[in-house]
Ligand binder design. Sequence first.
Ligand SMILES: O=C(O)c1ccccc1N[C@@H]1O[C@H](COP(=O)(O)O)[C@@H](O)[C@H]1O
Length: 202
Amino acid sequence: MTRIKMCGLHSRADIEAVNEVLPEYAGFVFVPNSHRGVTLDEARALSALLDEVICPVGVFLDAPVAFVAAACDVGAIRMVQLHGREDEAYVAALRKRVSAPIIQAFVVRDAADVQRALACSADYVLLDAGRGDGRAFDWSLVANVQRPFFLAGGLDSGNVAQAVRAVRPFAVDVSSGIETNKTKDIRKMRAFAMAVRAEGEL
Ligand SMILES: O=C(O)c1ccccc1N[C@@H]1O[C@H](COP(=O)(O)O)[C@@H](O)[C@H]1O
């Protein structure tokens, strides 16, 4: 069964939507210049409204370790997604501060990027074309990856079944593909989840 992460929640309506669709993971983006960005207080309040079966994930872009730790400490998130240029020293420093599992994101342009991702010490890797901008990368680059990974970048209800068949990811991660005019769209969220789950039943 391929797990689902729906990312970039920033309103009560978004929380009501994921509580209906029940993805395994929900993402809060702690990136100030993103249209999906949330503050620590906003994330804490929204996270408290999440169905308990959904794991809240914090998405960070080269944030100070102390800030990531604070998000975990206040209970806003239970998993950390590093989506910037964080290195192994950063991951080691973060592990000293938090027990939450760490997902490290890598931009995939070629086979060398995939090898670099596979060598990292994070609990999970996330393979993406960019940073929440709705672009896909060449999935054939990860067709033979053995390590469980989150597949991200340009997924939507129209292409996610093909992606799952092609690369069998641990989880699929979506943000732009479940939005209309930069706002989460419950119909697109339902269609995305249905496409992933139908693939798991084949
Ligand atoms: O969503 C953002 O604004 C964002 C900003 C900075 C880093 C990552 C961000 N989002 C992540 O991007 C991927 C893919 O998103 P999309 O489906 O292509 O829009 C996903 O992992 C988000 O967590």
